[in-house]
Ligand binder design. Structure first.
Ligand SMILES: Cc1ncc(COP(=O)(O)O)c(C=O)c1O
Length: 371
């Protein structure tokens, strides 16, 4: 059997149980799962495509590929893509986990991922026997390691930190990756959720200002889970790397990794409609504006968190102590320790709860602070 680490979220069970005993009910801010309804136009699109008797195409219908290309041009300043260079994926998590395999990586190869990161980057490396290295600074790698680096993950806006990499930083990563002969895969699933001065200001790895117009060896991954409340549809895509995409499409054809036809149609409608994304962003903005001061009032310092669906907080003590203190108030948060050793004194608080539940959390945090 493949021996992967235990799924870390199971460790939260006792805290969730404790929080559930709160007389006002639990406020679960641990997992970034959308809770607002899938927009009606997208639900309708799914229903309209319900008659789906034939096999869907792995590379995607021309309509979904065109919608992806148009979305990149309209929303991300990415102009150099053709419909050959994009493909829908079954959510983006599977692509994060399987990309090292599709790239042909194995034992001896190194996969670099952010120092504090979504755990699936490591899992993807482990699935193929490659070695994950956690660093935000490629210059920390030794000469021997640089020779073995085959894939570099970028995650901007970052989960859990909410940190954004600017154009110059991304360009620096691309330049160093090219020196090493490594592929860069940029997981950009929170790109539409920039706050304050970062609104509309989250660059893509595929932006010509980052890569000088050369998309070879550069992948961007994007997901409709967060921006469109489509986590249940498993609707995402990968784009870029025209030198590698034909092989990626071919491997996925053989492996049967196909986005269902009705979902591909729903994606077209979702990608062509910016209005619901803007409306959803306003819901999260309001929740963020409420939660931020209450968490600070409770004694947590909020770091980074300039984009995305999380507030990355620390009380300067181990993750699980803060998780315990929040559980006493009936609030469940995510332990920073799940994202690497550098997160061991942080907790991640998600904005994905109803206005009513967020208001309950705010009231509890404020009254506990004033006690
Ligand atoms: C950084 C990051 N990448 C990928 C995903 C996976 O998203 P999905 O599989 O729903 O597209 C998530 C989900 O939380 C995430 O935070």
């Amino acid at each position: 059997m493949l021996e992967l680490p235990d799924y870390p979220w199971n460790q939260l069970a006792p805290y969730r149980e404790q929080a559930s005993a709160h007389p006002g009910g639990v406020v679960d801010l641990s997992i970034g799962t959308p809770i607002d309804s899938t927009p009606q136009v997208i639900q309708q699109a799914l229903a309209d495509a319900a008659n789906s008797h034939g096999y869907p195409t792995t590379h995607g219908t021309i309509e979904v590929r065109q919608a992806i290309v148009d979305w990149f041009a309209r929303r991300r300043n990415v102009t150099g893509l053709s419909t050959d260079d994009v493909m829908p994926t079954v959510g983006s998590k599977e692509m994060v986990a399987w990309l090292p395999l599709f790239l042909g990586l194995g034992a001896g190869d190194i996969v670099v991922r952010p120092e504090i990161a979504y755990p699936t980057y490591d899992i993807g490396a482990q699935l193929v026997g490659a070695t994950p290295i956690a660093t935000d600074d490629l210059s920390e790698l030794t000469a021997e390691q640089r020779e073995r680096v085959k894939l570099i993950w970028v995650n901007s806006p970052g989960n859990p930190t909410g940190k954004v990499r600017d154009t110059a930083q991304l360009a620096g990563i691309v330049a160093q990756a090219r020196e090493m002969g490594a592929v860069v895969a940029s997981d950009e699933c929170y790109a539409e959720l920039g706050w304050d001065e970062y609104e509309g200001q989250v660059p893509s790895i595929l932006d010509p200002a980052v890569n000088g117009g050369n998309l070879d060896d550069l992948f961007a991954l994007y997901s409709l889970s967060k921006q469109s409340n489509l986590a249940g549809y498993r609707a995402a895509f990968v784009a870029g790397a025209p030198n590698l995409m034909p092989s990626l499409v071919n491997s996925r054809k053989h492996a049967g990794m196909i986005v269902p036809g009705p979902i591909q149609h729903a994606m077209v409608v979702a990608l062509n409609d910016d209005e619901h994304v803007a409306a959803q962003r306003e819901l999260y903005r309001a929740r963020r504006d409420m939660l931020r001061p209450a968490l600070e009032n409770f004694g947590l310092a909020i770091e980074d968190s300039v984009a995305g669906l999380y507030l990355w907080c620390t009380a300067g003590r181990p993750s699980f102590e803060t998780i315990g203190a929040l559980a006493e108030l009936g609030i469940v948060a995510g332990p920073g320790a799940f994202y690497g050793t550098a997160g061991e004194r942080h907790v991640r608080v998600a904005l994905t709860a109803s206005d009513e539940r967020i208001a309950a959390a705010v009231e509890r945090l404020n009254s506990s602070a004033n006690r």
